[in-house]
Design a binder for this molecule. Structure first.
Ligand SMILES: [Zn+2]
Length: 248
């Protein structure tokens, strides 16, 4: 079991790396008050995620699906990036973090200042036409539900990856390139059970890279982690940043 004695070990591994990437999951945004996908929340408690986030569900009841997304969009707009998001943006500014691969569909990494973000599961603040591919940025939930495409009149849908759908080709391609360049990966707040994202740390490890995990509990990644730091990313990452700043 990889247990970290002190954060100094982690800092040393980070500073030794030449191509550090990060993989983030729902846990990092949960610290900003955004419930994880499987969180059981109020009004929507009676639905399983599969019943709301699938092409079939959308075909059956686009209004209901948009109501759910509108609720999530409002929550995200009202949330703020936490110190974990900010620390990752600073690591990128310092030239240490080369790419940030996220499973999250919120915009908290952007708002924290990260630039090279690869969104494996899409973006909840973009709506996409199901027919012509028209895309629209959302800065609030759509006023009329379900929203229609201004170009062709068909339905707009959230530009996110639903159950049973492939990942966006461009994001997947970029993720693969960075994964194969990486000699270290910082895995934060992911269960590691959703594929192919969950395979990324395994690939880095197979290529001889170092796997550093920060999580409140063990995950599917923990068995291959060289360093496992148990804790909230919003508390652990700023400490790591402070230690790095002292060494530079
Ligand atoms: Zn259209």
């Amino acid at each position: 079991m990889p247990i970290v004695e002190t954060l100094e070990d982690v800092v040393e591994a980070i500073l030794k790396s030449r191509y550090l990437i990060s993989l983030t999951g729902a846990g990092i945004s949960a610290e900003s008050g955004i419930p994880t996908f499987r969180g059981r929340d109020g009004l929507w408690r009676k639905y399983r995620p599969e019943d709301l986030a699938s092409p079939e569900a959308f075909r059956n009841n686009p209004k209901l699906i948009w109501e759910w997304y509108s609720w999530r969009i409002s929550m995200i707009i009202n949330a703020s990036p936490n110190p974990a998001h900010v620390s990752l943006a600073r690591l990128e500014d310092m030239g240490i973090l080369k790419a940030l691969i996220t499973q999250n569909v919120d915009n908290l990494h952007e708002r924290a200042g990260s630039k090279n973000i690869i969104k494996l599961h899409g973006d909840i603040l973009t709506a996409r036409c199901i027919s012509c591919g028209y895309k629209k940025r959302l800065d609030a939930p759509p006023e009329e539900l379900p929203p229609k495409c201004p170009s062709c009149g068909e339905l707009l849908r959230p530009d996110v990856v639903w159950f049973g759908e492939p990942l966006p080709t461009e994001a997947l391609g970029a993720a693969i390139i960075h994964t194969h360049r990486a000699d270290a990966i910082l895995v934060i707040g992911t269960s590691g059970v959703v594929y192919p994202a969950g395979a990324i740390p395994y690939t880095v490890r197979e290529n001889g890279g170092v796997v550093i995990e920060i999580n409140i509990g063990e995950s599917a990644i923990t068995p291959i982690a060289d360093y496992f730091v148990r804790g909230k990313a919003g508390e652990v990452l700023p400490k790591i940043l402070d230690l790095i700043a002292k060494k530079l």
